[in-house]
Design a protein around this ligand. Structure first.
Ligand code: AMP
Length: 299
C-alpha cells in the first residue's frame, strides 16, 4: 500500500565533540522517507529553497522516493543547527531557520491525496493538519512532534491529535505534554487526546507502545559506535510506517514488528553523520539486525 510522508526537507549543520558538518541533507521527512524506502514505495511532500543541492535530490532518487510532491521555492531551505555533548544523549539546538517552509501550505492533489498510509513527520502541527485534511481515505495516520511545537502551538497540536491514529514523541515530550513524570502513565494518558496508539521513544533505551492490546516494549539495538544520532527518531518512525505500509492487514497484528524494524533502521542512522549510514544500508542488513535483536531479547 502506498505511503505519503510530509515534514521538513532540511540542511542540517551538526557539531559533535569530534567534528563539524555543515549543510548535510537532513529534515524529519528526509530521514523518515529514506528509512521507509527500505520497506515500501514512498512519496515525499516537502519544500526546498533554491540553495538545495542537486546531489541531495539524487540521493532521494537513489532510494526511489517519489518527488512529485517536492516543491522548489525561492528562498532558503529549512536550516537546523545542532550541537552534541560528549554524552550524545544531550543535544542543543543552536539555530532553526524555517526558510521556505515557514509559509508553505501545499495543495495535495491526486494521486498524492489518495495514499493510504500517512506519516506527518515532525513539522508545524498547522501544516500537518492542513495536509491531513486533504487526504481522501487515509487508512492509518501517524504523527510525530517535538517540544518546540508543544511550546508554541499546543492548541493546534491538540486539534491535530483528534484526527490521528498514532502519536510518536519522545519521553521528555510525553512528560511535558501530560505533566506526568511516569512515562507509562504519560503514554496511557495521551490516548484521551485522540490517538488509539501512542509510542514513546526513549533514545538508547528503546520505545514503549501503548495501544488497545496494552503495552509493548522494544529495546534499542545496542551500538558501540554512535557517530551522530540526528534523525534517529525520524528514521524510527519512517521505518515503522514503511513496514506497516508493506504489510497490509490488521495494524494490531503488525505494529510490534513495525516498531522493531523502525528501531533497527534508526540504529543504522546513528552510525554516520546525517544520512550517510542510512543511505548505504540495505534491506538485507536490516533483516540481519532484526534477527540479532530478536536473539538478544529472547529468554
Ligand atoms: P531527531 O534527531 O529525530 O530529533 O531529528 C532531527 C531532524 O529533525 C533534523 O534533521 C532536523 O532538520 C529536523 N528538525 C529539527 N528541528 C525541527 C523542527 N522544528 N521541525 C521539523 N524538523 C526539525
Amino acid at each position: 500500500m502506498s505511503l505519503l510522508i510530509v515534514g521538513t526537507t532540511a540542511l542540517d549543520s551538526i557539531k559533535t565533540p569530534n567534528k563539524e558538518n555543515p549543510r548535510l541533507l537532513g529534515g524529519s521527512a528526509s530521514h523518515a522517507a529514506v528509512a521507509a524506502s527500505f520497506f515500501s514505495p514512498v512519496s515525499l511532500l516537502g519544500v526546498v529553497g533554491d540553495d538545495f543541492p542537486e546531489e541531495y535530490i539524487e540521493l532521494y532518487k537513489k532510494h526511489q522516493i517519489d518527488l512529485s510532491g517536492l516543491e522548489k521555492a525561492a528562498g532558503n531551505t529549512f536550516h537546523w543547527e545542532g550541537e552534541y555533548e560528549v554524552n550524545m544523549n544531550n543535544r542543543k539546538t543552536l539555530e532553526t531557520d524555517l526558510g521556505v517552509i515557514e509559509d508553505w501550505m501545499p495543495n495535495v492533489t491526486s494521486p498524492l491525496n489518495e495514499k493510504a498510509y500517512i506519516l506527518l513527520a515532525n513539522c508545524a502541527p498547522q501544516l500537518q493538519h492542513h495536509v491531513l485534511k486533504q487526504m481522501k481515505q487515509p487508512k492509518f495516520v501517524v504523527a510525530d512532534t517535538m517540544d518546540l511545537w508543544l511550546n508554541i502551538a499546543r492548541h493546534e497540536l491538540e486539534q491535530l491529535l483528534n484526527d490521528v491514529d498514532c502519536l510518536v514523541l519522545n519521553d521528555s515530550e510525553a512528560r511535558q505534554f501530560t505533566e506526568e513524570d511516569n512515562v507509562v502513565i504519560a503514554a496511557q494518558s495521551l490516548h484521551k487526546y485522540g490517538p488509539k496508539y501512542v509510542i514513546v521513544k526513549k533514545g538508547e533505551h528503546g520505545a514503549i507502545l501503548s495501544g488497545p492490546s496494552g503495552l509493548f516494549i522494544a529495546p534499542a539495538f545496542p551500538l558501540d559506535n554512535v557517530i551522530d544520532p540526528t534523525g534517529a527518531g525520524d528514521s524510527f518512525v519512517g521505518g515503522l510506517v514503511g513496514y506497516l505500509a508493506s504489510h497490509d492487514g490488521d495494524i494490531d497484528d503488525n505494529l510490534r514488528q513495525a516498531i522493531i524494524h523502525g528501531t533497527v533502521t534508526a540504529s543504522f542512522c546513528c552510525q554516520g553523520f546525517g544520512l550517510a549510514s542510512t543511505t548505504t544500508t540495505t534491506r538485507e542488513c536490516i533483516n540481519k539486525r532484526v534477527e540479532a535483536l530478536s536473539k538478544l531479547v529472547a529468554f
